[in-house]
Design a binder for this molecule. Structure first.
Ligand code: MLT
Length: 265
């Protein structure tokens, strides 16, 4: 097997990439991206990186749409089973964090640690749900450019758009490549996701929270709330980052993950 080549496991519905050796860590990507958004994390040593494309996204595009966040979580368990991974750590950014929380609720015995970045444990408000359904209508008539119109300006820290145009351009291009059926399914699944704050209160294993200081979608207050609910957690606020801290400020993000994973060994 070549490091980082796209693979599909016989019994799992997801395409995934794998590289490195060490603590097994499954990276769950945010909406509306694919596992490729984590390329800058794969240099982190001491980790066996497993990076799936969630159902319908990236190289898992041919798979039938998910109906709930639990469906995505079920796919992750199927992937771990096919890799014969009895236990693994999980890192989820935003929607990936919702999937990580579903795993923590459904299969806590499979997880060794939780990394939750730029995400939250609360369910959608009525207003957020209404906005998701409006975006679904726009997606169905306008295609993926509706995602850019609705979300691109909230993805990064305000300064990043002018100071790092290549970063911003890459985020925009990735958003435009989103398969519309995957985006529609994920928006419905996120709208229906349950409140997960109770999962955090019962989580006794290691937990790391990371958030961009300028995250406009899941601001630092959401991370602070999760930090207060978790019996034991570390929290890092990343300066100069918005909602995609791992992509915008990979060095600071990776340093926080690296220190956390070192202590798991
Ligand atoms: C994400 O980044 O995964 C989404 O923005 C999360 C959300 O819309 O709740």
């Amino acid at each position: 097997m070549q490091e980082n080549e796209v693979r599909s496991a016989p019994k799992a519905p997801l395409a995934f990439r794998e590289s490195g050796n060490g603590v097994p860590l499954i990276w769950l990507h945010p909406f509306p991206f694919s596992g490729a958004i984590y390329d800058q994390q794969l240099t982190l040593g001491g980790i066996r990186h497993i990076v799936p494309d969630l159902r319908g996204f990236g190289d898992s595009a041919a798979t039938a749409a998910a109906e709930s966040i639990d469906d995505y979580a079920g796919d992750v368990i199927a992937l771990a089973d096919s890799l014969e991974l009895a236990q693994f750590a999980v890192a989820g950014v935003s929607m990936g964090g919702y999937v990580a929380l579903s795993l923590a609720r459904r299969s806590p015995e499979r997880l060794t640690a939780l990394i939750l970045a730029d995400t939250k444990a609360t369910a959608d408000t009525d207003e957020a749900r209404t906005n998701r359904f409006k975006l679904i209508e726009r997606l169905e008539s306008e295609g993926a450019s509706a995602l850019v119109d609705a979300m691109f300006s909230k993805m990064l820290a305000p300064d990043t758009y002018s100071a790092a145009p290549a970063v911003a351009g890459s985020v925009r291009a990735r958003m435009l490549r989103t398969p519309v059926p995957a985006a529609v399914a994920a928006l419905r699944a996120m709208a229906a996701r349950p409140e997960s704050s109770d999962v955090l209160g019962g989580w006794s294993k290691p937990a790391l929270l990371i958030v961009g200081a300028s995250d406009a979608i899941t601001p630092p207050a959401d991370a602070e709330r999760m930090h207060a609910l978790l019996p034991s957690s570390r929290m890092h606020v990343i300066a100069g980052a918005g909602h995609l801290a791992m992509f915008e400020q990979p060095r600071a993000f990776n340093a926080a993950v690296s220190a956390f994973v070192r202590d798991l060994q």
